[in-house]
Design a protein around this ligand. Sequence first.
Ligand SMILES: Cc1cc2nc3c(=O)[nH]c(=O)nc-3n(C[C@H](O)[C@H](O)[C@H](O)COP(=O)(O)OP(=O)(O)OC[C@H]3O[C@@H](n4cnc5c(N)ncnc54)[C@H](O)[C@@H]3O)c2cc1C
Length: 456
Amino acid sequence: MQYDVLIIGAGPGGIFTSYELAKAKRGLRIGVLELGNPLNKRKCPIDGKNVKSCIHCKTCAIMNGFGGAGAFSDGKYNITNQFGGTLYEYIGKEQALELMRYVDGINLSHGGEGTKLYSTANTAIKKMCLENGLHLLDAQVRHLGTDINYTVLGNLYDELKDKVDFHFNTAVTSVEKTEGGYLVHTEKESFSCTRCVISVGRSGSKWMESVCRDLDLPTRSNRVDIGVRVELPAEVFSHLTDELYESKIVYRTQKFEDLVRTFCMNPRGVVVNENTNGIVTVNGHSYEDPARHTENTNFALLVSKHFSEPFKDSNGYGESVARLSNMLGGGVMIQRFGDLVRGRRSTERRIEENFVTPTLSATPGDLSLVIPKRILDGIIEMVYALDKIAPGTANDDTLLYGVEVKFYNMEVEIGNDLQTCSPGLYVIGDCSGVTHSLSHASASGVYVAREILSQL
Ligand SMILES: Cc1cc2nc3c(=O)[nH]c(=O)nc-3n(C[C@H](O)[C@H](O)[C@H](O)COP(=O)(O)OP(=O)(O)OC[C@H]3O[C@@H](n4cnc5c(N)ncnc54)[C@H](O)[C@@H]3O)c2cc1C
């Protein structure tokens, strides 16, 4: 089959590339190859009763399929250049923000209308943070919620399905350069195209490495973020979450001068498993619908680990740490903060008697056996620092789930047009190493589509 543009991966990057290309009505033949299922067939078998932990399905319903890793996410679209990726380094700060606002407009017109846009502008919380050695990053955040996010994706698919050829359950195995473009091989058949946009996200990171090797695309990598997910009563953070929804707060530890930051805050949300390349880590989300709210708020505390020569495999390091928790706990491990600082493991009984009820069933254990000391010390320091602006954070009953790992794809060398050194081959979204969020990945999709249209 011959396409003008073939997109690999139907996450936000791939969806917004195809949306923008189709919207131009230029009669282009556009195809999307996605290894997972259509949105309505994505169903994780973990139900907490019959299936309690990950059974390693062939494709992970949480990470793969239409909507990508973001399909069951909290649907937080952050409009900012301060975090979520470095797209602005390629396309400029103004344009990056403009594209994120454009994506926001599309989400609103596809079912997201009425959802709230939060902002850090003029907030007194910034001053309160500074007074306590904490730094609140600037952002606007649209919170769609897991439910509305799903509706938006469904509406986008309905609009695109007659204009774009979607091939689901189609894992791309390799990409071959040909004279007029690319031959994209899958397990079943091969597709040819003039231009190829790769947007395989974090779950496609290993495969992306093989593409870079095959096509000789220069890369670099040296970072992984390791930490825990914190869960506490929603009241403890309500003065922040009611006003800002999500606050990205950064703290420099006194002991090692490492930076620890809050990440992915989910007011009244749930903690969930995440499966990356067969390793179970932890994440979280929340629903817009008040009927589905819980009594808890969760967020991650992460420490960035940058490696220097000769070590290159930062993701491998993160995986090894996560594997340790999988080895000891059979998956994600949970510990009360009080147990952690007393140097003892949490037990089933201590978790049962805890004042905070966990929203994820995880194995009680000892995170100090899993997380490297320097990182764990930083996390403990940060919990006490947050306790000053949100008293109760450092309570004994605060729950910590481990490990949360944020893998960064190696950065593929691309130009300002997001094109690799192989003409007609573009790498966007999280697999480029340039974006790490829904808004940046989506914006990179719109941008690359416009670049392609401008060249035709
Ligand atoms: C539980 C969870 C919650 C999150 N919450 C938020 C949030 O609230 N806000 C936020 O900004 N970010 C959030 N994120 C991160 C966000 O989802 C990602 O940054 C975003 O989805 C990246 O988009 P992408 O298109 O680059 O990649 P992905 O969304 O990962 O999509 C890539 C797609 O490519 C497919 N693919 C991979 N390899 C192949 C192959 N070989 N052949 C064919 N297809 C392939 C995958 O199946 C996948 O569907 C969350 C992530 C998770 C897992």
